[in-house]
Design a protein around this ligand. Sequence first.
Ligand SMILES: Cc1cc2nc3c(=O)[nH]c(=O)nc-3n(C[C@H](O)[C@H](O)[C@H](O)COP(=O)(O)O)c2cc1C
Length: 344
Amino acid sequence: MNLTTPYMGLLLHSPLVASASPLTSELPKLLALQDAGAGAVVLPSLFAEQLEAQARRDEALSGAGAHNSPEAASYLPAPARHQLQAVQYIDLVRDASRQLAIPVIASLNGASVGSWVNYARQLEDAGAAALELNMYFVAADLSLDGRAVEQRYLDIVAAVRQRVRIPLAVKLSPYFSAPGHFAIELAGAGADALVLFNRFYQPDIDTVRLKIRKQLELSHPSEMRLPLLWIAILHGRINASLAASTGVHSADDVVQYLLAGADVVMTTSALLEHGVGHMRTLVDGLKQWLAQRDMDDLTRMRGLLAQGNCARPEEYQRANYIDILQGYQSTPAHNGQMPPVRHI
Ligand SMILES: Cc1cc2nc3c(=O)[nH]c(=O)nc-3n(C[C@H](O)[C@H](O)[C@H](O)COP(=O)(O)O)c2cc1C
C-alpha cells in the first residue's frame, strides 16, 4: 500500500501528521511518532511574546551596569516555565532534523510583525524541513475592521516568507467573513500550505470563584465539520496544499478529510488521549479502508467528495443547511426521550 503524499513540496510517506503539542516537544516522543507511522511532525510553537521577552532580557543584560548587577536580571520578565526557550528549541529542531527520517516542521506563533519573525531563518538554518506559522489574534480592538485584520495576517506571512526558503504553512482561524478568498490571498502572500483550522481556546467562567477558567479541553470529532467544509470548497481551487486539523480521533475521520480533499491530516487530541501508538491505529485504519476498495494509493480517493467533484456542489452550501433544518422538522416527532439521528 502506497500512502505517499506530497505536502507543500515535501514528499511524505504517509498523510498522517502529528500537529504541534507537548507530544512533539521531546526527541524520544518524536521518534516514537515516526515509528508509529507519522509522515511528518510539527514541533510546538515558539511564541512571539516569549522571543521578544528574551530579546528584552538580552538587551537589558548587555546594557551598562547590568553585567555587574545580579539584581538587574531579577527585574526582567521571567521566561514562562512551560515554554521551550529559543535556544533549547533551536537545539530540538537541529537534533530532531538529524535523527528523524521524516520531515520536522518548526512552528512560530505570533499576532503582529515584530523582531520574532527573524527566528524563522534560525529555524531554517537549524534544519527544519518547513515552517508552520500560527497567527492567533483576537480582534478585541473594536476600531479594527475585517480588512485591517486580514492585512495584519498578510503582513506577517510576507515578513516570514522573505526570511526563509523552506516551505511555509499558515495555520489559520476560521473566523473570516470570506475564508476562501482570504486563503487565496494568503497563498499569494507566500503560504505554500494552509492548515485548517487553528483551534481557538475560548475562555470559560467559573461561577463560584468568579474567575476566568483556563482549562484546556481536548477536541471532539464533531469539530471536524467546519474544517471539512472549507477543505472541500478549496480543494483543487487554490495554489497551496491543504492540511486538515481538528477533531481527528479515528481512521474514519482521516478518511473523511481525505475524501473532502485534504493533502495531509493532522492530529493531537487523540494522541494525547490514547498515546503516541494511536498514530499506528489511524494509519492502519486508512490502509484497511483503501484495501477494502481495491485502492493501492491515495490518488483516487483524495478529493473524491470535494465540492468541485460533487454531483450536487450545493450540498456544501446553503442547500445543505436548508435540507438539514427541514429534514429535522419532517422527521416523525420524537417522544422527547431519544433525539432523532438523520444521515443525509
Ligand atoms: C496541549 C496542547 C498544546 C498545543 N500546542 C500548540 C502549539 O504550540 N502550537 C500550535 O500551533 N498548536 C498547538 N496546539 C493545537 C494543536 O496543534 C491542534 O491544532 C489542535 O489541538 C486541534 O487538533 P486536534 O483536534 O487533533 O487536537 C496544541 C494543542 C494542545 C491540546
